[in-house]
Design a protein around this ligand. Structure first.
Ligand code: XIL
Length: 328
């Protein structure tokens, strides 16, 4: 039967997934599943700054290239994720920022774009700069980057990217815009002026909505619809960059859970995919065998593994796969 990519392509969309190099190397079933379902991949971790430049001045792309070369070999597109993210800075970065300023960031942006020039056509230049409830001016996140540079780090990163390669599509990527709650309302409100000002300066082409959903959260279609159409009206494209469904609030029974996850995904995706500016969907992993939602940072009920992705741990298609297939 057709994979998700075939369905997506029939309406001009791209479908893809995040991957870690080890999964490609160790798991032939995972490789086949990607080739069956996807037209695009993104590095789940191994293109981030803290990974590739652990030692200052010595970029190490060996793991990164395992993913990149797999994509090239099989004709898959690659999304660039991500040049500037507060959570994945090298350990040496704080001191370098203090001594040398913003040029450290600009240089990194140029280096990563250059390394995959002609291979990666779309980059998440900046990831997660907004966190309105930190109560900083313009809704910025109270990260080391903001503390050091203020809002200028975002503009500087995008400008460095634009000047280095005007052919690359530049995306600002963030999460938490779906729901009718305090946090998402605050983020939607802070994101619009940021996107607008970047757009007015000609520094941005697209908005990436991570779309890490949580089944059971209060969803009001109109709030999401209006937000996306406002982003689209700026002339930006929109891409779903990290789709998955957190299922911790649901009944642990697998049958019930899978159904609720699929229903929730469909409600939200129907709204997103109704927006004409949307160009594609990437899920944050393809199989429940590998999902960051099982990483220790998330508190999960003992023994209950996440069922957040379209394929189960044995690569069987789940109700969430059917939901994606029916929306795409
Ligand atoms: C996460 C990966 O899934 C983890 O494996 C890694 O340890 C940390 O990064 N938002 C993002 C992604 O933009 O880069 C994050 O990926 C998940 C949240």
């Amino acid at each position: 039967e057709d994979g998700l990519q075939t369905r997506a392509a029939s309406r001009g969309l791209t479908f893809g997934t995040a991957v870690h190099s080890r999964q490609l190397q160790e798991d032939p079933s995972f490789r086949s599943a990607i080739l069956q379902e996807c037209a695009s991949v993104v590095h789940e971790y191994e293109l981030k700054w803290g990974h590739i430049e652990r030692e200052r001045g010595r970029y190490d792309f060996s793991k990164t290239d395992i993913v990149t070369n797999f994509a090239i070999e099989h004709g898959l597109k690659i999304r660039g994720h991500t040049a500037v993210w507060h959570e994945a800075l090298p350990a040496w970065a704080p001191e370098a920022f203090r001594r040398e300023g913003i040029s450290v960031i600009e240089r990194h942006v140029r280096s990563v774009l250059k390394r995959y020039s002609g291979r990666i056509e779309e980059w998440d230049v900046v990831n997660e700069a907004i966190q309105n409830y930190d109560n900083l001016p313009n809704g910025f996140r109270n990260s080391l980057l903001f503390q050091e540079f203020g809002a200028t780090f975002v503009v500087a990163a995008f400008r460095a990217a634009r000047e280095f390669d005007p052919n690359v599509k530049l995306v600002y990527n963030d999460f938490g815009i779906e729901y009718d709650n305090f946090r998402d309302r605050a983020r939607r409100k802070a994101l619009l002026p940021l996107l607008r000002s970047l757009r007015e300066e000609g520094l941005i082409d697209g908005f990436g909505t991570q779309s890490h959903l949580t089944a059971g959260n209060p969803f009001n279609p109109k709030l999401l619809r209006d937000f996306l159409s406002e982003v689209a009206s700026m002339g930006l494209s929109i891409v779903v960059t990290e789709f998955d469904v957190n299922d911790t609030k649901l009944d642990p029974d697998i049958g019930t859970r899978d159904k609720a996850v699929a229903e929730h995904a469909k409600r939200v995706l129907d709204v997103i995919l109704d927006e004409k500016a949307v160009t594609g969907v990437l899920t944050w992993g393809l199989t429940d065998r590998y999902t960051w939602l099982n990483e220790p940072r998330f508190a999960r009920p003992a023994g209950v593994r996440a069922r957040s992705l379209p394929l189960d741990e044995n690569y069987k298609r789940k109700p969430l796969w059917e939901a994606l297939a029916s929306c795409l």
